[in-house]
Structure formats: structure tokens, C-alpha cells
Design a protein around this ligand. Structure first.
Ligand SMILES: Nc1ncnc2c1ncn2[C@@H]1O[C@H](COP(=O)(O)OP(=O)(O)O)[C@@H](O)[C@H]1O
Ligand SMILES: [Mg+2]
Length: 602
């Protein structure tokens, strides 16, 4: 799959796939609606001037022929209701077009937004782990919700509305010029004023809306923090403080809105007034033209009708033009996601067997500028167990992320091979399917325990899940719950203790034995006894698998075939438990400390 870089237009066109036909139908309906709206004033003009009055019908050649066929003006005089029916038919047609416009516009809008959401979600799923670490969850979610909405609004509402308003303006003005040039000039002059005022006003008020949005963000952040952090708030008795903080923010938010509403009211009233003055000028001037014989009564009425059609849309147009720039910002924000490079395998990625020796060869790695691993080399023989001991931040988890290719090792950072094959040449999916990993901070989904364990394997059967839970020493705890395996694990698994969460994650891994198994500090939250219990089961379950155990508890590691001691990204000691004890180095020191502590605990 080739990585695509979208231009703004390219991205929009890609999102529009599937909804284009609805957009075309929307535009056609809008056109039909505008055209039919132009008819009634013409019918009225004809009726007033030629049917009631005596003027020659001022109609295009084709229409005159139709008129003749119908029996000329006299026939209309005999059947005055014909004009009424004409207006009614035009209104009906316009209503049908309006219905089509709404319908197709909604379809266009919904298919568009669905496609946008799906495509963005698809792409996010393909983005590398490192990308997820660099970008804040809240920010990504905002891009997927508010920004998507903003772009949807722009394409399906603003653009179609602008199209409709512009055609309405063009057609009305064209008819108005036919009726009276001078009067049109006056009308256009005043409307331009309203348009400019509206654009200026909405540009101005944009910053007010932005401020209100930001305040709303603050308010929901306080609410969210208090919901997730409820335990801290209660434990430290901070309810009153938090309440005051919320009240204050809420008050500021309301004040901002109040200010905005006052400004908006001023705008709408003042433009209403200007529009009223505009209508007054047209009425007075037009009347003067009629009296002086420069305009017929019918043309006068028609002109006023067309003019009235414009005042509302012109004010809207000003708002839309000034708001369109917001969509530009949003599409850029979405582009940032869509143009981030997806994770990619090499063209001829391999799928070798992974039950082989793992070699870390001079591995160095940095996050940005911070050096985390410095020339780390070790070999794990197939089927053996490696223990890694090291203080927090010494780079243990990073070693495992690199093995799983969650972070890519740069070419100058050494090499990791399995069975002699550089993992950079292995298909990422193949590699990860064959590495079972229990992360240091297990993540549980808001699903049942059974589903949470079952994630490791599609259509895992209930007995396998129970077997895995037994091996992870979790079965009894689960049976103790009223709903057993159907116990719902709340948001982030609040109903489980830290140790139970870790054991759920272990069960998840054990459900699908893999040639390589990693336990990253996965027993830290369980007591020593349970730890020993689980390790025994693990040894049974992971028999034949190459296993990596990370811990800062020596009892967890001591049965490993080989142990490395990591400090600030470097290996400072290595060997078996016995060899390391004899060395009398750091390992020995930690061992003595932990033994003393355990004795004291007992
Ligand atoms: N995504 C990251 N970006 C920047 N620094 C990181 C990132 N992840 C870890 N680190 C830093 O790298 C160092 C090693 O982290 P880690 O491998 O998690 O250590 P350990 O698992 O031994 O506690 C730490 O100093 C940590 O702060
Ligand atoms: Mg770690």
C-alpha cells in the first residue's frame, strides 16, 4: 500500500466519494427552487399590467406564442383565476424542489460525515504506536469530532447555501435590472452595505465565539477531571474547592455568551433597520417612478417582491463568507492525521518462524534527544528464559517495545534478529502475532472479563478462557463475583484491583501461547505468594516458548536461564542467578536488600 499525501482538495474529494451524487442532486434542487421562486412576481406583473391594465404583455417570444394559443389576454380576463393557479403551481413546484433540497442535502451530509469518520478512524488504526504516543488523545478526538463536523458543515451546509444565495441574487438582480435599472442600483447599493457590515461583524464576533469555545473546554475539563479523579477529590476533601472552581468557570462562560448574545441582537436589529430603510427607499422611489410614468404598477410590485427576497439571504451570506475560514483550519487539522505516515512493512517482508534465538546486537535508542538505550547486546536461546532487572526508567520496557516493533529501531541503532532474520524485515503483523506481551500498565476495555481475556483470540471458547484464568490465578476471584465471567469491567476496569487487572492481562496472553512471551513488570501488584503461584503455572504454560521476564523483584527472576541487569540503558551485569550472586555486585546488593525486607515483612 502506497502512502498517500493529500492536498486539501484531494482530501475533500476523497471524503466526497460516495456522496457526490447527493451533492449534485442538492445543487440541482437548489437551482429548481430558485428558478420557480422567480415566477410569481412575473405572473403578478403580467396580471396587473396586462390583464387588469391595458399594457402589451411584456413577455419573451416563446411565451407570447403560448399566450396566443390560450386565447390571448382576453381569455385571462375572462378567467381571472388562471393567474391564481399560475402562482399556486409555481409555489408547489418550489415546495417540491425545497423538499428535494432538504432531503438530498441531509443525505449528502450524512454520507459525507460517515465516510469521513470511517476513513479517519481507519487511518488512525494504521498509524504507528510512536504517533499515538506523540499526539494527545483529547486532541485527536477533537479532530475526529468537532473538526469533522466543521468540515461537514462547510461542505454540506455553507457551500450549498452559498450556491443557493448566489443564484438567487443573480437571478433576482437580473430580473430587477429588466424592471428598472436605477432602482436596482439603489437596491444593490444598500444591500452591499448590509453584506459588508455582516461580513465585518461576523469576522469581529468570531474571536468572541472562539473565547466561549475555549471556556467551554475549560469547563468540561474541570467536570471530566472531577469525574475521573473523584477518589482524589473525596480523599483530600477538595469538594468545596472544586465546586468554587467550577462555579467561577461557569460564570465566566455564561458572561461570555451573554456578551455574544447582546452583540448578535445589536447586529440583527441594526441590519433589520437598514433593510427596512432600504425597502422604504425602494417603495418611495418606485412610487415616484410610477407616478412620473417611468414604471408600470405591475413592474413596481414585481420589483418589490424580488427585492424582498434578497434582504435575508444577504445577511446570511455575510456570515457564511466570514465563517468559511474556520473550515479551512479544521481541514488542515484533519490533514495532519490523514497525512501522517501509516505503519509500513518493507515491500518483501518476511514471515519466518519465530521460535528461534533472539539476538539484540548493539542496540541503541533515543526518544527525541534523550538516549535511553546504549549499545545493548544479548542473546536469548530459543525456549530459554531471560530475566531483566533494572530500576525504573532504565529502559526495560523500551527493549520490549523495540522487539515488538512498536518503535522502529533506526538503522544506526544496531540490530535485533530472530533466527538470524532482522525484525525490520519481518511483517509487523506476523511478528506481533507471535509475541505475547503483558504490558506494564494493562489496559482493559469496557467489556466483560470474559471478553477482555478473549481479545487475544478470535472466537476463543469459554473453557480455554477459564483455563487461562486458572493459570493466571484469577479464576477463583472471578467466580467470587456475582456475575462471574460476565462481570462488566467498568471504564478502565474500575471494579478490579491492580493485581486483578494484571492477572487478567496475563490470562489474556496465556490464552494464545506464542513462541515468544513477554511479561513486563506484570506481577508487581500481586503479593509474593501469588507471584510464585503464577510463575509455576507460567513455566508450565510457556514451556517451549522463549520467555522474557521483567521485574524488580529478584524472586520473580531468579529461575531464569540468564539475567541481565540494566542501568541507565546499559547492561551492567549478566549471568545466572547463582553467577550473579557470586559476583557480589549490584545484583547481590539488591538481593540482600530484598531478602532482608521479606524477612522483616514476615
Ligand atoms: N514515549 C516516550 N517519549 C520520551 N521518553 C520516553 C518515552 N517512553 C519512555 N521514555 C523515557 O525513556 C526512559 C526509559 O523508559 P522505559 O523503557 O519505560 O523504562 P523502564 O521500563 O525500565 O522503567 C525513561 O527515562 C522514560 O522516561
Ligand atoms: Mg517499564
Amino acid at each position: 500500500m502506497k502512502q498517500q499525501k493529500y492536498s486539501t482538495l484531494g482530501l475533500i474529494l476523497m471524503f466526497l466519494k460516495g456522496s457526490k451524487k447527493y451533492f449534485v442532486l442538492t445543487v440541482l434542487s437548489a437551482l429548481g427552487m430558485t428558478l420557480t421562486e422567480m415566477l410569481p412576481p412575473q405572473i403578478i406583473k403580467f396580471t396587473v399590467d396586462s390583464v387588469i391594465g391595458n399594457a402589451d404583455p411584456d413577455l419573451p417570444q416563446a411565451m407570447l406564442a403560448v399566450l396566443d394559443k390560450m386565447g390571448g389576454v382576453d381569455a385571462f380576463r375572462a378567467h381571472l383565476w388562471w393567474s391564481a393557479v399560475g402562482v399556486a403551481v409555481a409555489a408547489l413546484l418550489s415546495a417540491v424542489c425545497r423538499y428535494g433540497f432538504r432531503l438530498y442535502n441531509t443525505k449528502a451530509s450524512e454520507t459525507l460525515v460517515e465516510s469521513m469518520r470511517n476513513r479517519i478512524f481507519d487511518h488512525i488504526q494504521c498509524l504507528p504506536f510512536a504517533w499515538h504516543m506523540e499526539n494527545q488523545t483529547g486532541d485527536i478526538i477533537q479532530r475526529c469530532t468537532s473538526d469533522v463536523d466543521m468540515v461537514r458543515n462547510f461542505l454540506s451546509e455553507q457551500l450549498t447555501a452559498v450556491f443557493r444565495i448566489v443564484t438567487l441574487l443573480t437571478l433576482s438582480l437580473w430580473f430587477m435590472v429588466q424592471l428598472n435599472g436605477t432602482l436596482t442600483l439603489v437596491s444593490v447599493g444598500m444591500l452591499t452595505l448590509v453584506l459588508l457590515y455582516s461580513m465585518f461583524f461576523h469576522k469581529q464576533i468570531g474571536s468572541g465565539f472562539a473565547k466561549a469555545d475555549a471556556k467551554e473546554g475549560d469547563l468540561s475539563a474541570i467536570a471530566q477531571e472531577n469525574l475521573t479523579g473523584v477518589r482524589v477529590v473525596r480523599a483530600f476533601g477538595r469538594e468545596e474547592y472544586e465546586r468554587q472552581r467550577f462555579y467561577e468557570c461557569d460564570k465566566e462562560y455564561s458572561a461570555l455568551w451573554m456578551k455574544l448574545c447582546i452583540k448578535l441582537s445589536t447586529f440583527w436589529t441594526s441590519t433589520s433597520f437598514i433593510s427596512g430603510m432600504q425597502v422604504m427607499m425602494i417603495v418611495v422611489l418606485g412610487a415616484a417612478f410610477c407616478v412620473s410614468g417611468n414604471m408600470t404598477a405591475g413592474a413596481y410590485i414585481a420589483f418589490i417582491s424580488y427585492n424582498a427576497m434578497l434582504t435575508w439571504p444577504v445577511r446570511q451570506l455575510g456570515r457564511m463568507i466570514s465563517e468559511m475560514s474556520k473550515a479551512g483550519v479544521s481541514i488542515e487539522r484533519i490533514k495532519h492525521i490523514m497525512n501522517s505516515a501509516a505503519e509500513q512493512d518493507k515491500p518483501e517482508a518476511l514471515t519466518p518462524p519465530l521460535d528461534r534465538d533472539i539476538i539484540f546486537d548493539n542496540v541503541s535508542f533515543r526518544y527525541g534527544n534523550a538516549k535511553v538505550l546504549d549499545s545493548v547486546s544479548f542473546t536469548i536461546k530459543a525456549g530459554e528464559t531471560l530475566g531483566i532487572l533494572g530500576s525504573t526508567g532504565s529502559g526495560k520496557s523500551t527493549l520490549m517495545y523495540l522487539l515488538d516493533r512498536l518503535y522502529e529501531l533506526p538503522p544506526e541503532g544496531g540490530k535485533i534478529t530472530v533466527g538470524g532474520v532482522d525484525i525490520a524485515d519481518i511483517k509487523a503483523e506476523h511478528l506481533r502475532r507471535h509475541i505475547g506481551m503483558v504490558l506494564q500498565e494493562p489496559y482493559l476495555f469496557s467489556r466483560t472479563i470474559e471478553q477482555n481475556i478473549g481479545i487475544a483470540m478470535e472466537d476463543a471458547d469459554a473453557e480455554d478462557i477459564r483455563e487461562a484464568a486458572r493459570a493466571a490465578d484469577l479464576h477463583e476471584s472471578i467466580e467470587g463475583f456475582a456475575a462471574g465471567y460476565d462481570t462488566f469491567v467498568g471504564e478502565r476496569g474500575v471494579t478490579l484491583s491492580g493485581g486483578q487487572k494484571q492477572r487478567t492481562a496475563i490470562a489474556r496472553m496465556l490464552l494464545r501461547p506464542t513462541p515468544i512471551m513477554i511479561l513486563d513488570d506484570s506481577l508487581s501488584a500481586v503479593d509474593t505468594e501469588t507471584d510464585a503461584h503464577i510463575r509455576k503455572a507460567l513455566r508450565r504454560k510457556t514451556k517451549g516458548s522463549t520467555t522474557i521476564l521483567i521485574s524488580h523483584r529478584i524472586t520473580t527472576l531468579m529461575q531464569a536461564d540468564q539475567i541481565i541487569v540494566l542501568d541507565k540503558g546499559r547492561i551492567i551485569e549478566r549471568g545466572s542467578h547463582r553467577e550473579l550472586l557470586e559476583k557480589n555486585g549490584v545484583y547481590r546488593k539488591i538481593y540482600d536488600m530484598q531478602s532482608r525486607k521479606e524477612e522483616a515483612d514476615v
